[in-house]
Design a binder for this molecule. Structure first.
Ligand code: PMP
Length: 428
């Protein structure tokens, strides 16, 4: 069947034909590709067309598709059974592997999705502080828990409004939405509401408004204000964790801000290597407030699933090899520099940025600092570029507000082919 036929059939029985909205290509138009197989840096669709994949399942596939060590670990795990609902040693091994690289945490709880992890971290922060107010930043996404589906109100430090039908105002009345990288908004929010703030949750490099770094002064002030007001700083590293560096974005923050550490961290994507797996963690005293030890309830039938832990462990083992991130970062930088150069040669203005294996590019003259800046970049040109690249066998994220991902399976000739396609696409 063709992609069109598959999409028509899917749309009859699945809302919008997809099980997660961005897959539907609504932002860019056209028919989503139905994928039958991945291999290394490539995806193959139902019509047999090959694509160089810069989505990587939205982040998890840092080793590329069908990495032999990962497949071997998963195959071996499957032979022992799929799920037990009882503890297994591999859960401890995976948590130990995570802790080895993230010194801000002493304990971790495993869950099955980033949404679940962020929602649980939020409940823990509220339970630990006995406070209700949470701070989040416009353009950051933390999964679809009710309290986090909020857009900014009209003022600088006002409470937000639901971004989804079905979320009562009363559920988001405790969520303050601030502008990313805006220190004045932080100051005002903490001055007004500091004693009620349970936590501030932030993507340290925002990957849900393409790719926007938190500035060092912003992050430093956020840390200071949380500490001074008894609020917890929660890092959502679902995307950045084990992706921008082995120790996540917090390792990069600690390089620029001595002694820097978040209080709670949320992980997903890479730690599961493509299987449903996510986690949240922090210092022992905080984490032991969770059931069964403490009063904050949290649970999951498939949490710490034996196949997912095997997949995550094998993935972390590969990316912890010496030099892995240096090579991945160099390849990703070469891609972004090449895209900008291809644009320049075609007389098009583009800016871009990357860290580790995560990148973003914009049709704009300056790198955006917040959601408003991202939305002001040239969307029409992005959409045309997306389709021109897709036609040439390069699979970029189908929306300008998504980050891109390079895997260690992408070779130099894949980058070269991508840049040749970009030059053609932008010249046309
Ligand atoms: N936090 C961030 C930063 C994310 O990027 C995502 C998903 N893209 C989530 C949370 C939610 O994760 P999941 O889709 O696994 O629920």
């Amino acid at each position: 069947m063709t992609n069109d036929e598959l999409f028509d059939r899917a749309r009859r029985v699945i809302p919008g034909g997809v099980n997660s909205p961005v897959r539907a290509f609504r932002a860019v138009g056209g028919t989503p590709r139905f994928i039958v197989r991945g291999d290394g840096p490539y995806l193959f669709d139902a019509e047999g067309k090959r694509y160089i994949d810069y989505i990587g399942s939205w982040g998890p596939m840092i080793l590329g598709h069908r990495h032999p060590a990962v497949l071997a670990a998963v195959h071996a795990a499957i032979d022992d059974g799929l799920s037990f609902g009882a503890p297994t040693e591999r859960e401890t091994l995976l948590v130990e592997a995570i802790l080895e690289h993230v010194p801000s945490m002493e304990q971790v709880r495993l869950v099955s999705s980033g949404t679940e992890a962020a929602m649980s971290a939020l409940r823990l922060a509220r339970g630990a502080t006995g406070r209700n107010v949470i701070v989040k930043f416009e353009g950051c996404y933390h999964g679809h828990a009710d309290a986090l589906l909020v857009k900014a109100g009209s003022g600088l430090a006002t409470f937000g409004h639901p971004t989804s039908a079905g979320v009562p105002e009363s559920v988001v009345q405790h969520t303050l939405v601030l502008e990313y990288n805006n220190v004045a908004a932080l100051e005002e929010a903490f001055a007004r509401h500091g004693e009620s703030i349970a936590c501030a949750m932030v993507e340290p490099i925002a990957g849900n408004m393409n790719f926007v770094r938190a500035s060092v002064p912003f992050m430093q002030r956020l840390r200071e204000l949380c500490s001074a007001n008894g609020a917890l700083l929660v890092f959502d590293e679902v995307m950045t964790g084990f992706r921008v560096a082995l120790g996540g974005a917090q390792a990069l923050c600690a390089r620029s801000i001595p002694g820097f550490a978040p209080d709670l961290s949320v992980f997903g994507k890479v730690i599961g290597g493509g299987m449903p797996m996510a986690a949240f963690g922090g210092k022992r005293a905080l984490m032991e407030l969770l059931a069964p030890l403490g009063p904050v309830y949290q649970a999951g039938t498939l949490s710490g699933n034996p196949i997912a832990t095997a997949c995550g462990l094998a993935t972390l083992r590969e990316i912890a090899r010496p030099g892995y991130f240096d090579a991945l970062a160099a390849r990703t930088r070469a891609l972004v520099a090449g895209l900008i150069e291809a644009a320049q040669r075609a007389g098009v203005t583009m800016v871009g940025d990357s860290e580790g294996g995560m990148f973003g590019f914009f049709f704009a003259t300056e790198l955006p600092q917040n959601y408003g800046d991202v939305m002001a970049t040239d969307k029409e040109r992005f959409n045309r570029f997306f389709h021109a690249m897709l036609g040439r066998g390069v699979y970029l994220a189908p929306a300008l507000y998504e980050a891109g991902f390079v895997s260690s399976a992408h070779r130099e000739d894949d980058i070269a082919a991508t840049l040749a396609a970009a030059h053609e696409s932008l010249s046309g």
